[in-house]
Design a binder for this molecule. Structure first.
Ligand code: ATP
Ligand code: MG
Length: 410
């Protein structure tokens, strides 16, 4: 038997309806904010990701799907959206036309252990506001994430957690303080965090290992190592959120898993998702463009997991109910093909079983939740009319063909 690859799943119509509902809300909210949609390839040269994500990130060290193409070029399936968008900014010289307000959605790929809310091909939607260094940009993209979650009815199921990673000077100060702290406990840290202590001590704060937690609890906090200007930047972001009445919780241990972030870091989390609690996550990444060989270019954005949003949704609106057409007799059978075509051309959703007796066709109509059945017999045909049966109430009415479209639309 042919099997799907572990950690992938097929999007059957019932799921695509739900996911399309979410991306539809995203398109709507993005339009309200003046963001245009960008689609970059699902694979890129490997270095697009290794350069941008850094050698110590989880994604680069253990989660990427990579391969060599026929010419020996090193390729990766995209694990996230921002690197590709930034590469596209540089490739297409959008860097000369700022600010750029972009959003995207599509499949991402990570070699992770599959579990609830975590798969190997999953889908993200995200936004990037590039070329705007002001705290107002941070406020705008966070507000956009909040509006999306509100539009999806998730206002009461998520919490915004926020932190600042400061500017370069703040981070240098803080890194020193962290190294001093963790060095005292180096033997008790998890193996992974011992490596992080060498390479990127900030990311120890992101550790999920139980063993590290006591030392993370007592670690120095960023807020005590901020430069005045980094402090002022963060205060302005927070004041903006307050003025928009977007509730938030300060979380001094929130550091994003990637190395290019600075200033604002945030996550919308939910207690309804178990261990995979992060629904939407983002931050400011002013050094990313330069790291990737582009010009200095500030940016701020976020990405959200489509499947995780879906797990939080109770119900998505059902698509409009169709109508079923049921011919009775060979003449009607022939005519029904034409009538079905005309109705669809007039924007009436029609779904019928093509063969079988009245009973089995009725059964199908009920199974697909049709709102009405059009019964078309030889007698009705002679009179250029049909019988329309309301499948909720069971009442039926004879309707002239000339009036059918109008009748069905009301
Ligand atoms: P986590 O801590 O859950 O691994 P992350 O830091 O790797 O998250 P990001 O890279 O910030 O996540 O991705 C943004 C969002 O994409 C996450 O908050 C989550 O909703 C979703 N996401 C990330 N990895 C997966 C996955 N393997 N399967 C499904 N959704 C995912
Ligand atoms: Mg992850």
């Amino acid at each position: 038997m042919l099997k799907p690859f572990r950690g992938t799943y097929d999007q059957l119509p019932a799921i695509t309806d739900r996911l399309d509902y979410i991306t539809g809300k995203m398109k709507h909210v993005a339009r309200l904010y003046g963001f245009g949609k960008i689609s970059t390839p699902i694979f890129e040269y490997l270095n697009v990701f290794t350069h941008s994500l850094g050698d110590t990130s989880d994604i680069v060290t253990k989660e990427m799907f990579t391969f060599e193409d026929r010419h020996g070029d090193r390729i990766a399936l995209r694990p996230e959206g921002t690197a590709g968008v930034m590469r596209a900014m540089i490739t297409n010289k959008l860097t000369q036309d700022l600010p750029q307000k972009l959003f995207y959605y599509g499949p991402m790929f990570r070699y992770e252990r599959p579990q609830k809310g975590r798969s190997r091909q999953f889908h993200q939607l995200g936004t990037e506001l590039i070329g705007d260094p002001s705290p107002q940009a941070d406020i705008e993209v966070i507000a956009m994430g909040w509006d999306l979650l509100c539009a999806l009815g998730l206002k009461d199921k998520v919490v915004l957690e926020i932190n600042t990673l400061g500017d370069t000077a703040s981070r240098d100060n803080y890194r020193k303080a962290l190294v001093d702290h963790f060095k005292q406990h180096v033997g008790d840290l998890s193996d992974e965090s011992q490596i992080r202590l060498e390479k990127n001590p900030l990311r120890i704060l992101d550790s999920k290992s139980e063993q590290d937690q006591p030392f993370i609890q007592t670690a120095p906090q960023m807020k005590d190592h901020l430069t005045d200007s980094a402090r002022a930047f963060f205060d302005e972001v927070l004041a903006g959120l307050e003025s928009l009445k977007i509730p938030y919780k300060l979380n001094s241990r929130l550091v994003r898993g990637l190395d290019y972030y600075c200033h604002t870091a945030f996550e919308f989390t939910s207690t309804h998702l178990g261990a995979q609690g992060t629904v939407l996550a983002g931050g400011r990444y002013d050094s990313l463009s330069e790291i990737m060989g582009g010009p200095a270019l500030p940016g701020v954005g976020w990405a959200a997991g489509l499947e995780r949003i879906d797990l939080l949704l109770d119900q998505t609106p059902e698509p409009a109910r169709p109508i079923s057409l049921i011919p009775i007799g060979p003449e009607a059978e022939k005519e029904s093909i034409k009538l079905a075509h005309i109705l669809r051309q007039n924007d009436i959703a029609l779904n019928s079983k093509n063969r079988g007796n009245l009973k089995s066709r009725m059964k199908y109509a009920n199974k697909i939740n049709s709102r009405a059945a059009i019964l078309m017999g030889e007698d009705e045909l002679k009179n250029q009319s049909v019988v329309v049966k309301d499948l909720d109430t069971g009442t039926q009415e004879t309707v002239p063909l000339s009036n059918l479209t109008t009748y069905l639309k009301k």
